[in-house]
Design a protein around this ligand. Structure first.
Ligand SMILES: Cc1ncc(COP(=O)(O)O)c(CN[C@@H]2CONC2=O)c1O
Length: 408
C-alpha cells in the first residue's frame, strides 16, 4: 500500500477551499484530479518539445513524435496489450466506442444481427449502437440488472446466441459500482462467434486491467478519469480487427496515397488517427500511467476496495437512505438517495460544505428507470481520498437533512 497523505501532496487542487471549507472531492467518476507530474509534463512539452508529429523532419518534430509514440507504448503496456499497434488514441471513451460502432459496426452488422448490451450501460455504449442498429437493421438486446446491482448472467447465457455479432458491457458501473464479469461475457460471445467490447471508463483508472486475460476484442477508456488531461482517451483493439476495419474519420495522417477519386489508407493505428491529434494530452496520459504504475494498480484497487466498503458501511447507517449496487465486489462509486431530499438539492447543500459529489442520471437513464428513480446522488472515491473525507460526507448529509427538516 502507499501513503495516501504523501500522495495527496502531489495534487495541489486538494489543498483548495470551497465556500470557506476544505474541498472534499468525491466526484472522481466524472473526472479525476491531476498530479503535479502530469501537469508538469504538459507544461514541459509546450515549453520545450512542442511540434506537429510524424511528418516533420526537424528535431522538434522528432522529439514530439518520440514522446507521443512513447506514450502509446506506455498506455498499451498499462492495459497488458501485447502490440501497441492496437492502441488508438481518441478523445475518450465516447469517441472510442463510436469508432467501433462506425468502423466495425456499419461494415459488419446486417438485418437480423444482434448486439447484446446491458441495462446498466452509459449512454456512450448505448446510443452509438442504437444509431448503428438503425442504419444496418441490426437489433439490440439487453442483459437485465438484478435487484442487487449485478448482471443477470443466466439471462445473458440465453441472450447471447447464433445471431449475436457483438457483446458490449461496462466493466465497472459508474452508478452501481459493480465490477461486471466481462471475462465470462467474452467467453459467451466467442462461443457464439461474436466479438466482445468492454467499456473501461470506470475500470482502467481503478482496477488492474489486462485485455488479454479479459479476453475482449475492444477496450475503451478516457484519460481524464485516470489522472490524465481531458481530450484524450484510447481504444484498444486486436490489431487484426483494426486491419479489417474501414477508417472512422478521413483526413491527413490516416492516408497512404490520395487521388482525386479515391485514397489508400495508412497502417494501423494511424488509419484511425486523422488530422492533428491531441499530442500534449496523449503525452500527459503517458505521465498519468507512469504515476498509476508507481503506486501499483493492485494498491489502488485495495485502497478503493477498503474505502468504498467503509463509505458503503457509513452511508448504510444514515437513516432512511437507499444505497444502489452490491455491498461487495464494487469500486469506490456509491450512488444513494434520501427519502425527503432531491439529489440535486442535496448535492448543492453538500457543495456549501465543500463536499463535491454528483447528482443526476449519470448518463444512464435506462438504468435509472430500472432502479425506479429519476436521479441519484453519487459519491465516487479515488486513490487520494481518505476516511476523514468519507466522515465529512456523512456529517454534511446529516446537516443537509437538518436544513430540510428545520421548521420554516
Ligand atoms: C462507464 C462510462 N462509460 C463512458 C463514459 C464516457 O466517458 P467520456 O465522457 O470521457 O467519453 C463515462 C463517463 N462518466 C460520466 C461522466 O460524468 N459522470 C459520469 O459518470 C462512464 O462513466
Amino acid at each position: 500500500m502507499y501513503d495516501v497523505l504523501k500522495v495527496r501532496r502531489d495534487f495541489p487542487i486538494l489543498e483548495r477551499e470551497v465556500n470557506g471549507r476544505p474541498l472534499v472531492y468525491l466526484d472522481n467518476a466524472a473526472t479525476s484530479q491531476k498530479p503535479l507530474q502530469v501537469i508538469r509534463t504538459l507544461s514541459r512539452y509546450y515549453e520545450r518539445h512542442n511540434a506537429n508529429i510524424h511528418r516533420g523532419v526537424h528535431r522538434l518534430a522528432e522529439e514530439a513524435t518520440g514522446l507521443y509514440e512513447e506514450a502509446r507504448g506506455k498506455v498499451a503496456r498499462f492495459i497488458g496489450a501485447p502490440d501497441p499497434r492496437g492502441l488508438v488514441f481518441t478523445r475518450g471513451t465516447t469517441e472510442s466506442i463510436n469508432l467501433v460502432a462506425h468502423a466495425w459496426g456499419r461494415k459488419n452488422l446486417r438485418e437480423g444481427d444482434e448486439v447484446v448490451l446491458t441495462e446498466a450501460e452509459h449512454h456512450s455504449n448505448l446510443v452509438p449502437w442504437q444509431l448503428a442498429a438503425r442504419d444496418t437493421g441490426a437489433r439490440l438486446r439487453f442483459i437485465p440488472v438484478l435487484d442487487d446491482g449485478t448482471l443477470d448472467m443466466e439471462a445473458a447465457e440465453h441472450l447471447i446466441g447464433p445471431r449475436t455479432r457483438l457483446v458490449g458491457c461496462v466493466h465497472a458501473s459508474n452508478v452501481l459500482g459493480t465490477v461486471n464479469p466481462v471475462e465470462r461475457l467474452a467467453e459467451l460471445a466467442h462461443e457464439a462467434g461474436a466479438l466482445m467490447l468492454v467499456d473501461g471508463a470506470q475500470s482502467a483508472p481503478h482496477l488492474p486491467v489486462d485485455v488479454t486475460s479479459l479476453g475482449c476484442d475492444f477496450f475503451a477508456a478516457s484519460g481524464h478519469k485516470m489522472l490524465g488531461p481531458t481530450g484524450v482517451g484510447f481504444l484498444w483493439a486486436r490489431p487484426e480487427l483494426l486491419e479489417e476495419m474501414e477508417p472512422f474519420l478521413g483526413g491527413g495522417e490516416m492516408i497512404r496515397e490520395v487521388r482525386l477519386e479515391r485514397s489508400t489508407w495508412n497502417e494501423i493505428p494511424y488509419k484511425f488517427e486523422a488530422g492533428t491529434m491531441n499530442i500534449a494530452q496523449a503525452i500527459g496520459l503517458g505521465a498519468a500511467v507512469d504515476y498509476l504504475g508507481s503506486l501499483g494498480m493492485e494498491s489502488v484497487r485495495e485502497h478503493e476496495r477498503r474505502l468504498g466498503a467503509y463509505a458503503y458501511r457509513r452511508l448504510a447507517g444514515v437513516e432512511g437512505i437507499t444505497l444502489y449496487g452490491p455491498a461487495e465486489n464494487r469500486t469506490g462509486v456509491v450512488a444513494f438517495n434520501l427519502p425527503e431530499v432531491h439529489p440535486h438539492d442535496l448535492s448543492q447543500l453538500l457543495d456549501q460544505e465543500g463536499v463535491a459529489i454528483r447528482s443526476g442520471h449519470h448518463c444512464c437513464q435506462p438504468l435509472m428507470r430500472r432502479l425506479g428513480v429519476v436521479a441519484t446522488a453519487r459519491a465516487s472515491l479515488y486513490l487520494y481520498n481518505t476516511e476523514e473525507e468519507v466522515e465529512a460526507l456523512v456529517e454534511a448529509i446529516a446537516r443537509a437533512r437538518e436544513f430540510f427538516e428545520a421548521p420554516a
